[in-house]
Ligand binder design. Sequence first.
Ligand code: NDP
Ligand code: EPU
Length: 765
Amino acid sequence: MNDLSSKLTDRDHPLRIHLIGVAGSGMSGLALLLLGMGHRVSGSDRVTSGETERMQKVGLVFSSPHTAEAVQGADVVVYSSAIRPENPAYAAAKEAGIPVIRRAECLAAILHTRKGIVVSGTHGKTTTSSMVAHALREGGLQPSHYVGAEIPVLGTNARWSEDGEWMVAEGDESDGTLALYRPGCSIILNIEAEHLDHYKDLDEIKAVFATLVSQTSGPVVYCKECAVATEVATKSDQAVSYGWSGADYTAAEIRELRGATAFTVVRNGEILGDVELGIPGRHNVLNALAAIATADKLGADFRLVSRALNTFAGAKRRFETKYLSQRMRIVDDYGHHPTELAATLQTARSLKPGRVVVLFQPHRYTRTQALADDFGKVLQAADKVFVTDVYPASELPIPGVSGATIVDAAKAYGDGDVVSLPSLATAHHVVGNFLEPGDLLITLGAGNVHEAGTRIANDLKVLEEILRLAPRDEIDAKLYEPMRRHTTMLVGGPAQFWIEPHSFEAFAAVVSHCRERGIALRVVGRGSNLLVRDGGIRGAVVHPSGGVFSECRAEDGKVIAGAGVRLKKLASVAQAAGIGGFEWMEGIPGNVGGALRMNAGAMGTETFDQVVSVTFLDEDGEIRVRSREEIVANYRDVPELRRNFALQATFEGKPDTAEAIQGRWDASRSKRRASQPVAASAGCIFKNPEETPAGKLVDELGLKGSNEGKARVSEVHGNFIVNGGGATASEVLAVIERIKAVARETRGIELETEVKVLGEDEFTF
Ligand SMILES: NC(=O)C1=CN([C@@H]2O[C@H](COP(=O)(O)OP(=O)(O)OC[C@H]3O[C@@H](n4cnc5c(N)ncnc54)[C@H](OP(=O)(O)O)[C@@H]3O)[C@@H](O)[C@H]2O)C=CC1
Ligand SMILES: C=C(O[C@H]1[C@H](O)[C@@H](CO)O[C@H](OP(=O)(O)OP(=O)(O)OC[C@H]2O[C@@H](n3ccc(=O)[nH]c3=O)[C@H](O)[C@@H]2O)[C@@H]1NC(C)=O)C(=O)O
C-alpha cells in the first residue's frame, strides 16, 4: 500500500481532494468512490451535465469553469487526461505545491486499499468489468466497482462498498497506466495494436500487459482465442484460460435467442451448468466466460453467477437497443475499432433484419488514419453505411484525414454501399429518411453519434403512432422527407413528419391526433406555390394523395376531383367529357387542394369561378361540405381554407366541342410558353400590387437576371425566381428581399409575396 492509499483508508482524517475535469465518465467514477470512502471531494469542469448534478446531490462541491480558487486547500489534486497544463486549476495546484496526480494513479491508490480485479484488453472491458461486478455482487461478495460507462444493472459507473474485500476496475491500456496496478486478480480479454498515438508498436503494448501480469498476486484470467493475450498471460503461474476449445472454461451448445444467448459452461471437461446471457452476440459469450472463470476462482456460487448473467442488461452504448417496434430497431454501440465493429455487425446480422444500416462516426484522427483500411473492410458487412466526420476526442485534426478517408478505403476494398455524411448535426435527417420497415439501424462510435439515434428514435415513436391511426393501405408516412423533392422550385429542408393520407378518414384522424398532441400541422399540395426554408418544417406536413384524393371523374356535366389531383388532369378529364372552361388550368403546376386554398388563377379565370362545392375537413377533424355561395374567395386567398383543409371539390364548366376546347388549350399554352420560364420556379413570387403587375415592375427596375448564388430573377418574366440548380431557400429569400427593397425605395411600392414561405431558417429538430 503506498502513501496515498494509506491516507485514503485513514477514516479519522478525511482528505480534501479536488478533481479537474470531473464531468468525464472516468473522473466522475473517482469522485463517487472518494465520496463513498468519506473524503471531502470537490470538482471542476468546463461543462455542467446531468452527471455533475447527480454527484452534487451525493456531496460533490462542483464549480464551473475551472478556476485557481477551486484547488485552494486541497490535499491532493487529480486531473483527467483531457486537461492541459495551462488549465488554471491545474496551474494553480502546481504553483501551490499540492500533489497533482493522474486519474489512473488515483484509481490505483484506491484499488490498492482493496483486493483489486483489473479488467484489461483492447475490446470488451466495460461489458466484462460490469459483468464481473454484477456476478460478484449477486454472488454475495459485495464488491466495489469502477467501470467506464453507466451500466443499468449496476446503477452507477462506480460504487464504493464498505464491506466487501474485492474491487472490480476497468483498466485503461491506452496510456500505459495499466502498469500502475498490483491487483489480486487480472483479466486479459485481448491485446491488439491500438492507441498508436501513445505506443510505437504492438511490442510496447505487450510490455505494459506483461507488467500487469507480473504484478498480479492471484489468478490471471485470459482469452485463449487471442494469441497475444495467451503469450502474455501464460507467464503467470496462476493463468486461467477461457475460449471456444482447449481452455479451462469453454462454452458448448451456444444458441442465439432473440436479444440473448444461451450456452452450457464446461470447466476442464466437466459441465458446470447452463447460462442464458441477457445480451446477444458470440463475443459476449467470451466476455461472460471471463466473468464466470473469475467468479468461480474467487469462490462465488455458479448458480448465482448464472442468474446474474441472465439479468445482465448490458452496458449503455454496447449494442443498446434504443428503439424496437415491429417495423424497426435502433441500436447504439460504442464500438470504434475494426474488431469491435465486426463483432457488432455480426450480432446485428444474427437478428436477421431486412437491412443493416450503419451510421458510423470515426473516433480520433490517429485511429482513423492508422486503421482506415480495416474499417473499410469490416464495414462491407452492412447493407448501407453513412460515415460522418471524425470525432476528435482531444486530438487536433490531421490534414487529409476525415470520414471520407474511410469511405475511400471501403470503396477501394469492395462494393459495399458506404457513403460520406460529414455533418453529424444533420445526419439523422438523411439516415432517418432512408430507413424502411424491417431495417436495423446501428449508430456506431465512441463520440456523440448516439445523439442521432436518439433523435430518430424519439421521432419514430411519434411517426408510428400516426401510422397506427388508419389501416395500412390508407396512410403512408416518413421521417425527414426533404421538401425540395416536393416543391416545384426544388428548394427546402426536411419535413419532420411527412404524412400521406389516402382517405378522408385517415386525413381526419391525423388532424385530430396532431391537435391533441400539440403537433404543428401543415397541408401541402404539389408545392408549386411554396418556398420552404432551409431548416425545414417542424411538425407534421400532410400531403393528401392517392386513394380518393387522386380520383377525378366527370358526372352530369360537372367534374369531381380530389385535393391531390393535378389541375392539368382536371382540365383533361373535363375536355374528354366535352366540358369547356378549364383550359386555363393546363399549365398550372399545382393540385386541386392548393388551387382552392390560393384561388389560383390564370388567363383571366380563377378557381372559384368554376367551383360548385367544396368538401373539407374542419379544425376538429369533422368532414363538411359547403357550396360556392357560402365561401368567400379573394384574389389568391380563400380565408375559409386557412384553417380548414380541402378534401375534394365539384367544378362546373360549359359544354363544348373537343375542337373548341383544344383551340383554347393551345392558345393558353402558347401564351404561357411565350411569357413564362420553363426552369424550376414557384410561379409568380409576388402578388400583383394595385399600381402595376409585379413582373412589369421588376422588369422596369432592371432586376431581371440579378442573382444570389443559384437563385436568379428570370430573364423571361420578372415575377419568377428560378433555381439554376442547387439553390438554397436563403438565396431565394435574399433575392426577394432585394426586389422588395428596391421597389420600396424607388417606387414606394410595398410588394407582398404570393408564394407561401414556410419553415425555419435553422434546424430545430
Ligand atoms: N398561375 C400560375 O401559373 C401558377 C399558379 N400556382 C397556384 O398555386 C396553387 C398551389 O397549388 P399546390 O402546388 O398544390 O399547393 P402548394 O403545395 O404550393 O400549397 C400552397 C398552400 O396551399 C395550401 N393548401 C394546400 N393544399 C391544401 C388543402 N388540401 N387544403 C387547404 N389548403 C391547402 C396550404 O396553405 P396554408 O399554408 O395556408 O395551409 C399551402 O401552404 C396552385 O393551385 C396553383 O394554381 C402556382 C404556380 C403557378
Ligand atoms: C404565375 C402565376 O399566375 C400568373 C398567371 O399565370 C398569369 C397568366 O394569366 O397572370 C398573372 O401573371 P402576370 O400578372 O405577371 O401576367 P402577365 O400577363 O405575365 O404579365 C402582366 C403584364 O406585365 C408585363 N410584364 C411581365 C413580365 C415582365 O418581365 N415584364 C413585363 O413587362 C406583361 O407584358 C404584361 O403586360 C398571374 N400572376 C399573378 C401574380 O397574378 C402564379 O399565380 O403563380
